[in-house]
Design a protein around this ligand. Structure first.
Ligand code: NAD
Ligand code: MG
Length: 384
């Protein structure tokens, strides 16, 4: 039996994770759940999975949640960062699913590693902002990190049974999002609704916008570089609009291993939870005869400047990826709130990056400090 704590259980990854758990009650139990503010769904999840502990963002939300639960509910309700950390470190859990969105995932994920938990990592901001610190922590505490992101799971699966020394490069695939073929001059005028209309994947709002700008792929390149210990020049990106090949590993003998599947996050989530075994997910198996075409091309960096910004941030190194990530979070929020246009997202991020001198980050609190600086700076730029 694998005992889980799921951080961000009301999100897109969180709810898919609970679907897998519900389908395999003989293999998984839920010891702790956390959520931001979606109390109706959270109360239902608590009723269904009876975790020992559940945590929400604020004290006020905790009071409201308690009032929604039956009086005989045995789930302890906590709140704030202490609640999140208590869920991430609960002694009864073996594995923590890190599925909070944004830099808010850093502190609880670090706490979980220090408590010796294996991590199923969805929150890509963790490795993007603090990759060196997290890789050190993972080694020090001897825990395992399983990628949940479909591309990293595909690389992980394509590396099984092979020697790392034989890898020549990895190729992450990208759908290209909803604006792959939109005339570049029209991108300025696309709406929030257009940008949220992803052709292949159903995901949370922030990552859906990141997919439309391709910042998502940039974050994934940085994440892959830490996870698989590869320099940027050995991580390629191919636009593959059908999202059938989820990524590939090329070996020194010229052979390429790829992982294919119907685009559904339940498959990579299940692999992270059940590794090295596999469990049924309900994901529709592929019928290759039904697929008319699988196409691949190089990304157009004029169309997707966020991808170049991510490569630049990683090659500048040190604090720059954290600065880029925070600026992106603010820019995406502003776009979703209708305050800026789509093409202003990369413009804002670049301005914030240009105002920053990379500095060494020695601790998670250094990362949070530079994250705050970047948010403040980007918000100031927004007002101009
Ligand atoms: P989402 O917005 O659907 O859900 C986020 C969850 O985190 C929710 O439970 C929310 O209540 C909680 N949350 C949000 N802000 C919080 C805060 N400040 N403190 C505590 N909890 C907070 O997001 P998602 O799409 O499920 O993505 C989660 C993470 O997984 C992201 O980092 C994303 O990049 C990554 N990811 C998602 C997908 C996907 O298909 N959705 C794929 C790969 C990677
Ligand atoms: Mg992905």
């Amino acid at each position: 039996m694998k005992r889980l704590a799921i951080l961000g259980s009301t999100g897109s990854i969180g709810t898919s994770t609970l679907e897998i758990v519900a389908a395999h009650p003989d293999r998984f139990t839920v010891e702790a759940l956390t959520a931001g503010a979606n109390l109706d769904l959270f109360a239902k999840q608590i009723a269904m999975f009876s975790p020992r502990l559940a945590a929400v963002l604020t004290e006020e939300l905790a009071h409201r949640l308690k009032a929604m639960l039956p009086s005989d509910s045995s789930t302890e309700i906590l709140f704030g960062i202490d609640g999140l950390v208590a869920a991430a470190t609960i002694s009864e859990a073996d594995m923590v699913v890190a599925a909070i969105v944004g830099a808010a995932g850093l502190v609880p994920t670090a706490a979980a590693i220090k408590a010796g938990k294996d991590i199923a990592l969805a929150n890509k901001e963790t490795l993007v902002t603090a990759g060196h610190l997290f890789m050190e922590l993972i080694e020090k505490h001897n825990v395992r990190l399983y990628p949940v992101d479909s591309e990293h799971s595909a690389v992980f699966q394509s590396m099984e049974g092979h020697r790392n020394a034989d890898i020549s490069r990895i190729i992450l695939t990208a759908s290209g999002g909803p604006f792959l073929n939109t005339p570049i001059e029209s991108l300025r005028r696309v709406t929030v609704g257009d940008a949220l209309n992803h052709p292949n994947w159903s995901m949370g709002r922030k990552i859906t916008i990141d997919s439309a700008t391709m910042m998502n792929k940039g974050l994934e390149v940085i994440e892959a570089s830490w996870l698989f210990e590869l320099p940027l020049d050995r991580i390629g990106v191919n636009i593959h609009p059908q999202s059938i090949i989820h990524s590939m590993v090329e070996y020194i003998d010229g052979c390429v291993m790829a992982q294919l599947g119907t685009p559904d996050m339940k498959a990579p989530i299940a692999y992270a939870l059940s590794y090295p075994e596999r469990v049924a997910t309900g994901v529709k198996p592929l019928d290759l005869t039904e697929l008319s075409d699988l196409t691949f091309s190089n990304p157009d960096l004029e169309r997707f400047p966020c991808l170049s910004l991510a490569y630049r941030a990683m090659s500048d190194g040190e604090s720059m990826p954290a600065v880029m990530n925070a600026a992106n979070e603010i820019a995406v929020e502003a776009f979703l709130a209708g305050q800026i246009g789509f093409t202003e997202i990369p413009e804002l991020i670049e301005k914030t990056m240009n105002a920053h001198q990379p500095e060494k980050l020695g601790s998670i609190s250094d990362v949070l400090e530079v994250d705050l600086w970047s948010r403040k700076r980007t918000r100031e730029l927004l007002k101009i």
